[in-house]
Design a protein around this ligand. Structure first.
Ligand code: RUB
Length: 319
């Protein structure tokens, strides 16, 4: 029950944003495991693997989801006894949730230093970690105002402006297509991300790459706030991040008649090449996008030669 409800919450976007999705999946695995009445380790493992698969199939783009699920599931897969598996599952889920929250705070501290005094900031979509950075910089007296986009078709911009307003930050709410018009007034563009690839490209809400291009043209820095579990390990093998395409009704509204021959396309994310990304701020530090493969290898513990080895966070999310 908790599992199907959570899977539905994520796919329908009642729970959304890469960090929240990851924590919600970790919590669902923890609760589902606790509710199972299996008598053998094999039965418990099989049930948990099935649950992990259901959760991972809810939204394809946010790599935070499989990274979180894999981290939690290692507790089950490495266990020798049923009791050990139950305990490790519980501990790993709790550790992931706690560490991912701490990562947001740490990123906010690091990123706030990158804001110039009296900064005018643009952001796109609703990113918990990007907003934490803006709020932290504002607490330090460094933010004058924010330009926040509407974010068609799901309007996540309304959540963003509420959060910024609650923090006492002056906000200009603009339609997505006004981003280039206002870019000259802006000192920096900041977003979160659903996935950072091995070549430093950033996958985020559709429209991000257009604004990044505008920022590049106007010579304004684009900063990406990304917990390390948003780096995509399999991209070191050249795997691509799948871009989720959602329903036509999100774009047209229900009941709208379309002329024959019209197909609605509704990709939820796009890819910003590393050339348009100036800085990626993680909980282990801030660096250029070219450092992404080092994070995947040295921090997340994935290497090409050992790719079949078990997945393990080796540092902050260590044993
Ligand atoms: C959300 C989105 C966010 C990232 C990062 O898309 O693109 O920018 O997920 O968010 P959706 P966070 O609304 O389709 O889930 O920093 O909160 O993890």
């Amino acid at each position: 029950m908790v599992l199907t409800q959570t899977a539905d919450d994520i796919s329908s976007m009642r729970v959304r944003g890469a960090g929240r999705i990851a924590r919600t999946a970790a919590r669902a695995l923890q609760e589902y495991g606790a509710s199972l009445e299996c008598n053998t380790l094999a039965a418990f493992t099989a049930e948990m693997e099935h649950a992990a698969e259901i959760l991972c199939n809810t939204r394809p783009t946010a790599v935070s989801l499989p990274n979180a699920v894999r981290y939690v599931m290692q507790g089950v897969l490495r266990a020798d006894t049923l009791e050990g598996a139950r305990q490790a599952l519980d501990e790993r889920a709790a550790a992931f949730i706690e560490d991912s929250r701490a990562a947001v705070e740490r990123i906010a501290d690091i990123a706030a230093r990158q804001f110039p005094d009296d900064a005018v900031v643009m952001t796109h979509c609703n990113s918990q970690v990007a907003i934490a950075c803006i709020v932290r910089a504002h607490e330090q007296g460094r933010v004058r105002e924010v330009y926040a986009t509407e974010v068609r078709p799901r309007n996540q911009g309304y959540i963003t402006i509420q959060m910024l307003s609650d923090a006492g930050i002056p906000v200009n709410f603009i339609v997505d297509s006004a981003a280039r018009s206002f870019m000259p007034k802006v000192d920096l563009f900041i977003t979160g991300t659903d996935a950072v690839t091995a070549n430093g490209a950033v996958v985020n809400k559709i429209g991000t790459s257009q604004i990044a291009l505008c920022a590049h043209e106007a010579r304004k820095p684009y900063i990406v706030a990304a917990e390390t579990y948003k780096f995509a390990p399999r991209t070191i093998l050249g795997e691509r991040i799948p871009i989720e395409e959602r329903s036509a009704e999100e774009v047209t509204g229900s009941g709208r008649h379309l002329p024959p021959g019209v197909t609605v396309r509704n990709p939820a994310f796009d890819v910003t090449p590393s050339a348009y990304v100036d800085l990626i701020v993680t909980e282990i530090g801030a660096f250029a996008p070219s450092y992404a493969p080092v994070v995947i290898r040295d921090h997340l513990g994935w290497d090409i030669g050992e790719f079949q080895k078990e997945y393990a966070f080796t540092h902050h999310y260590g044993e």
